[in-house]
Design a protein around this ligand. Sequence first.
Ligand code: FAD
Ligand code: GLY
Length: 377
Amino acid sequence: MIAIIGGGVIGLAIGWRLADAGQDVAVFERQHAGRGASWAAAGMLAPVSEAEPEEEALIDLALAGHALWPSFADEVTTATGLAIDYWPCGGLHLALNRDEAERLDFLRDFLARLGLEAQRISVAEARTRSAHLSSNLKAALLCPSDHQVDNRKLGTALRAAFVGAGGMLMEQSEVTALDLAAGKVAGVVIGERRYAAELVILASGAWSGSIEAVPARHRPAIRPVKGQMLSLRAETPLTGNILWREGWYMVPRRDGRLIVGATVEEQGFDDRITAGGLFQLLDRARELLPAIDELPVDEVWCGFRPASRDDAPILGPCSLPGLVHAAGHYRHGILLTPITAAGIADYVLRGELPSRLRPFTAARFDAASPHRAGVFA
Ligand code: FAD
Ligand code: GLY
């Protein structure tokens, strides 16, 4: 059997691919599948808008992952009959003053150097796309490749796809230890029970770096980065694009909800929603879209992004034979779900990590790794 620790979108999608290929596979989830970061996310599939300087290897992976999304969305819906609301809506980066407008030019030039599509559009055109934008709008940059999916529906659908393909989903099942024999992984332990497994895939998101079950020296260096979010409810979408300003964003859903995100906080696993966090979200959102004043608050929540030292995921075999990492997707785990699932399933089925995933093993943090210099240095 193949055991997967963690029932977020990453664990479920890998499990689905493997079960679909005829493997005997179980996902062990300590709470409810799909309720970790995968539930807390905004669901943006936005490799261009979220591209960061010095992260070229990650950007390549994100673009390749983005290209898989249309067919992946079709496959999920065909397999389950469940909608996941994949929407190629496009994104708009907006500036409300001269400083911000200058930074939009910098962003456009940075993206152009990478060959990524982003166009300056007029304020008038931005208003035809989003009628409720602030009267202070100074500049706008359109990123047509920003897409989105309803990440909560995705979690539900992947759960159904995995179980429908014959996978065993064990919820309320915290993996408390690995069973080790002759220096190799031989299974997982849940309380008093042992489950034999020839391979264990660690997909426990932000908990992967502190999970007691895995001996400390084989854990990936991953920490939680807290994100607070809220949603507002309108009758119909206030905008047809994802709106960005200075790293903050608003994601419209087709049913009228507007997701406002997100804080980026180093607070460990402190899951309190704070006045300061909500204030920042509402303040930024209102400056851009004053019309939100009248909208009822639908929900507030927070989640923990699984962050590695270089913000890229940690994927593939590690120093402990039989243990495979699939964690650390930080701000991009929804976007990277299809490519992670395909790549890790390939590794399990064929014994070789696809070349695109090879720069992302934990070995890149070793001093001697060829992937250290030049890629993530
Ligand atoms: P999770 O969904 O957290 O799943 C891990 C699971 O492991 C959890 O269910 C947990 O209970 C379980 N687990 C932990 N320990 C154990 C154990 N010992 N035994 C059994 N189970 C265990 N990404 C995007 O691509 N686009 C976005 O727009 C986006 N927005 C985000 C906004 C916020 C506020 C946050 C917090 C994240 C956002 N992300 C986004 C990132 C994305 O949500 C994550 O990268 C992704 O969900 C990680 O998925 P996962 O399956 O690895 O982790
Ligand atoms: N990708 C959006 C976020 O992490 O907040």
